[in-house]
Design a protein around this ligand. Structure first.
Ligand code: FEO
Length: 386
């Protein structure tokens, strides 16, 4: 995709990556993603804000050439992660006079990650400004969204804020912000850091903004609307929802899952079920974001919890979900030995309440279904207090 002028003298020069399948080799990317990189042209100086993943460096360079960027004074690095910083070495080769402008923490990380040298850098701190001539870059330190060095860059004259990962979404640049994509992105990248996120979100809400330009996904032309969505996602509020992640080998655990799903539905609890052995993490994170209860359901294989369920439990756990309750169900052959293993994968559920697990020997029978009905009753009682 060719460069695009988004404001007078400000250009998108990044790259779309619709064919990318996973982020962090973990989260599915149904829409792929983009790496948004921006040129800000002042009357005196030219700055590049963030770069692109190294696999797309040629596209960034082609856009810079097409835009006739013959001289680059500054490379602003808002975030050290390589999908935004990884092309800095190639840009420095092309523009050896450019300085990498960032905060002290980001500098050390870029030196570690990219082997940049001290002389490559010019350091900035909170509220410091860089005058490009008619356009002033002002730096806002915003740590832990989602790395310790993250910051934003504000161009006051144009009322535009460059936020890198913050308020991004895994979509191509050029479309309009999609709420479902944004929710999934938030759950997979920002949910574990939501306390920091809330602080920075309110700072951004207080700024005079016409446009937010993240480094993944579309430009945000209605900041207030998107800030409102994120205010809800980043809150500790959950809904009357349950998420069931399960693995079944011979159908017994699946029978338990379907019975519990129906019992919860009868209680008015919106329940989403994921067969994680077949679909991996697809769709899980968005539902996890506001589910009050998470149910882990596993068959026993070789006397252990199923590895596919443990993988999902671990992935759910590292997102530090807001869930207030969780439980474990499943079928076993001769001993229900897997519950402790599953609990062991859930260290971040310390503040969630474990509702008594239900296990069935072999195929579930009348008494087991009655226990699942009682479990649904217990979940509904807890949800009444949400
Ligand atoms: Fe898009 Fe944290 O990198």
């Amino acid at each position: 995709m060719a460069f695009t002028e988004i404001k007078k003298g400000i250009y998108w020069v990044g790259a779309n990556h619709p064919e990318r399948k996973f982020f962090d080799e973990l989260f599915p990317l149904p829409e792929g993603t983009s790496y948004n990189s921006y040129i800000v042209k002042g009357t005196e100086k030219i700055a590049l804000i963030d770069t692109v993943d190294p696999v797309k460096a040629d596209e960034l360079i082609a856009n810079l050439r097409e835009l006739n960027v013959e001289r680059l004074d500054y490379i602003i690095s808002n975030h050290a992660e390589q999908d935004h910083s990884g092309s800095i070495p190639r840009i420095l080769e092309l523009y050896p006079g450019a300085k990498v402008v960032t905060n002290a923490k980001c500098k050390t990380m870029l030196m570690d990650l990219l082997d940049l040298k001290d002389e490559n850098f010019a350091l900035v701190g909170e509220n410091e400004a860089l005058d490009l001539g008619g356009k002033t870059l002002k730096f806002v330190l915003a740590p832990w969204v989602h790395w310790p060095e993250t910051m934003f860059t504000y161009v006051a004259e144009e009322k535009i804020l460059f936020t890198c990962d913050f308020l991004g979404s895994h979509e191509s640049f050029g479309g309009t912000y999609d709420e479902e994509d944004g929710k999934r992105y938030f759950a997979e990248i920002m949910l574990p850091y939501r306390a920091f996120f809330r602080t920075h979100l309110e700072r951004v809400a207080g700024m005079d903004l016409e446009m937010i330009a993240p480094s993944h996904g579309p430009i945000i032309g209605e900041p207030a609307k998107i800030i409102g969505l994120h205010r809800e996602w980043a809150s500790e509020r959950v809904k009357n929802k349950a998420l069931i992640a399960y693995v079944s080998m011979h159908g017994s655990t699946e029978k338990m899952v379907r019975h519990l799903e129906n019992a919860l539905a009868k209680k008015g609890i919106e329940t989403k079920v994921f067969d994680v052995a077949k679909t991996g993490f697809e769709g899980v994170s968005s539902e996890l974001l506001d589910s009050a209860t998470v149910v882990f359901a596993s068959a026993v294989v070789l006397n252990e919890a199923h590895p596919a369920l443990l993988y999902a439990a671990h992935a759910i756990n590292i997102l530090k979900p807001k869930a207030k309750f969780y439980t474990i169900i499943g079928s076993y052959g001769w001993a229900a030995t897997h519950a402790e293993q599953i609990k062991g994968a859930l260290g971040n559920f310390k503040s969630a309440e474990l509702i008594a697990p239900v296990f069935a020997k072999g195929t579930p029978k009348e008494a087991d279904y009655a226990k699942l009905d009682a479990l649904a009753d217990e979940i509904a009682k807890r949800h009444a207090g949400i």
